[in-house]
Design a protein around this ligand. Structure first.
Ligand SMILES: [Ca+2]
Ligand SMILES: [Ca+2]
Ligand SMILES: [Ca+2]
Length: 344
């Protein structure tokens, strides 16, 4: 009996001493937690996992003491920071940073804020809790290729001269709303229409691969598309119309070389709608020679036997009329169907 009583007493004393020691030890929180000074993180937009370098671990020299040596939390400082930091393991101080919601790289590419770790204090109530210094955290939001290239114009058109080789006829241009260079840059343009004598380069400049012929094709209609550097094709291809203009030749137009005239019908304008094509070149002087010829001289026409005066009368010549310029309404005098020679 004596032996059993002594054993009980010793156990009770030991328990009390042990508890006292534990309480005494827990009351001492000597050290504040320690974290790195700078962290760099990467998160992909529309994801919440942040890959942190170095990994987030808060150390406390009071470890392995309960409470004082444990990490109870991380605190983020900054306005509207879309991240939170949580403790994964109190005793190792391991934690993670994660996005509170989906991130949009197109809205904001980078986030910077400060982070602080705190230990568990001296007991379950967290009394005398100690905080670490503030670390700076930079987080970069990685892009997802969500946007397709979009052409700036609804359609494009240009006019080219036939027989000419162009370095550039026109430029098509597409833009892309993604936030990264890779997914927003246009890497290539492509002419979708097969077998057309045109190429497009990576900057969107279109040129002809051979000289064009107005007689063969007056207008080309090309469909062009664009790809971003993530190989996403434009949401809508664009139409490019290229008109071929015939080569300009300077000279007179708008007249007939042969004119029928019935004797006795009075005066007849020879060139009522004649036009001098100058091909937009500057003019220094214009010279025009008009020669009228009959077709039937020597073929039984008897009018040559008339005197000039009689011919004038017969053909109804007005006294003052005299051919002067092809552009004016030159009057046909006594000449039957005529050939006109001109020089400009
Ligand atoms: Ca501590
Ligand atoms: Ca994106
Ligand atoms: Ca894109």
């Amino acid at each position: 009996m004596q032996f059993r009583r002594n054993t009980r007493l010793a156990s009770a004393v030991g328990l009390v001493l042990g508890l006292l020691c534990a309480v005494e030890a827990a009351k001492v929180n000597k050290h504040k937690p320690w974290i790195e000074t700078t962290y760099h993180g990467i998160v992909t937009e529309n994801d919440d996992r942040v890959l942190l370098d170095p990994p987030l671990i808060a150390l406390d020299k009071d470890a392995p003491l309960r409470y004082a040596g444990e990490i109870c939390g991380f605190r983020i400082h900054g306005q509207n920071v879309p991240f939170e930091a949580v403790v994964l393991d109190k005793s190792t101080g391991e934690g993670v940073i994660r996005a509170k919601g989906p991130l949009d790289c197109e809205l904001q590419k980078e986030h910077t804020f400060t982070l602080q770790a705190y230990d568990c204090g001296e007991g379950p109530d967290g009394a005398n809790m100690k905080k670490s210094h503030k670390a700076t955290v930079h987080i970069q939001v990685n892009d997802i290729n969500e946007y397709a290239p979009v052409f700036k114009e609804k359609s494009y058109k240009a006019t080219v001269m036939e027989g000419k080789q162009y370095d550039s006829i026109l430029r098509v241009e597409a833009v892309d709303a993604d936030c990264s260079f890779q997914f927003s840059q246009i890497c290539s343009y492509d002419i979708v229409t097969p077998e057309v004598p045109f190429t497009v380069d990576k900057d969107g400049y279109i040129k002809n691969t051979e000289k064009l012929n107005y007689g063969k094709e007056r207008m080309y209609k090309l469909t062009v598309t664009a790809y971003d550097c993530g190989k996403t094709r434009a949401s809508e291809d664009v139409v490019v119309k290229i008109n071929v203009k015939p080569t300009c030749k300077p000279g007179w137009t708008g007249f007939n070389k042969r004119i029928e005239y019935e004797p006795g019908t009075g005066s007849l304008p020879l060139f009522p709608s004649v036009h001098l094509e100058t091909c937009d070149e500057p003019i220094t002087s214009i010279q025009a020679n008009i020669e009228l010829e009959t077709n039937h001289i020597g073929k039984g026409c008897d009018r040559d036997t008339y005197s000039e005066k009689a011919l004038h009368k017969l053909c109804g010549k007005r006294p003052a009329s005299r051919p002067h310029s092809p552009a004016a309404n030159t009057l046909l005098d006594n000449t039957p169907p005529a050939s006109i020679h001109y020089r400009a």
